[in-house]
Design a protein around this ligand. Structure first.
Ligand SMILES: N[C@@H](CCC(=O)N[C@@H](CS)C(=O)NCC(=O)O)C(=O)O
Length: 207
């Protein structure tokens, strides 16, 4: 399998999951602006919408969209337990959570990555948008659970972690959401997360 990624972008969730699964895979760093990849591919032919992640399976199928890529990866090794079995209510809960992360939490960070400098009013509005979505994550963790769906780490945690971790990069404080802060720290400490962050160059290798 080959994962097209951009350092620290949402594609890092799939990178973390590939590490969690311990299966062999290739990475191809992608320049979405230029539409090229480090390996020399024309990325627009791989991902017509021009964004990462794009996963090329061993059969040459191309899968895009975070919720689909993540569930595909989890289903490659069902015994790893990174997604509940298909057809169960628990799987529907996972899909509910992945869709929330994708269409609400992830998108709330959009203004910070728009390439346009935010004036005070725009920044305040964007921060409020993120805060509203993080408040939902905080409520999900209110009962003291370790992960978003309970006591088991799933693909949703990898995706939520990557997106929540952007808060630090764009200077949005998570202080009002202490359970979420502790959750981010917890997922960041997983060996699979550290390995992905070091490999993508957004974290230094510990001495
Ligand atoms: N709907 C897509 C959105 C993916 C997305 O927003 N990817 C960003 C990185 S986090 C990207 O590649 N942006 C570059 C661009 O749009 O040129 C998904 O959920 O996979």
């Amino acid at each position: 399998m080959k994962l097209h990624y951009k350092p620290g972008a949402c594609s890092m969730a799939s990178h973390i999951i590939l590490n969690e699964l311990g299966i062999s895979f290739e990475l191809d760093k992608t320049d979405t602006d230029a539409g090229t990849t480090e390996a020399g591919a024309d990325f627009r032919k791989i991902s017509p919408n021009g964004y990462v992640p794009a996963l090329v399976t061993d059969d040459g199928e191309i899968i895009t969209e975070n919720p689909a890529v993540l569930q595909y990866l989890a289903d490659q090794s069902p015994d790893a337990g990174l997604a509940p079995r298909n057809g169960t209510l628990e799987r529907t809960r996972l899909q509910e959570t992945l869709n929330f992360i994708s269409s609400e939490l992830h998108k709330s960070f959009g203004p910070f990555f728009s390439g346009t400098e935010l004036d005070d009013a725009a920044r305040k509005k964007a921060e409020a948008g993120v805060g509203l979505r993080v408040a939902h994550i905080e409520r999900s963790l209110e009962d003291g659970r370790t992960f978003l769906l309970g006591d088991t780490f799933t693909v949703a945690d990898a995706y939520a972690f990557v997106v929540l971790n952007w808060a630090g990069f764009v200077g949005v404080s998570l202080d009002a959401h202490p359970k979420t802060q502790a959750y981010v720290t917890r997922i960041a400490a997983r060996p699979a997360s550290i390995k992905a962050m070091v490999s993508e160059g957004i974290m230094e290798q510990a001495a």
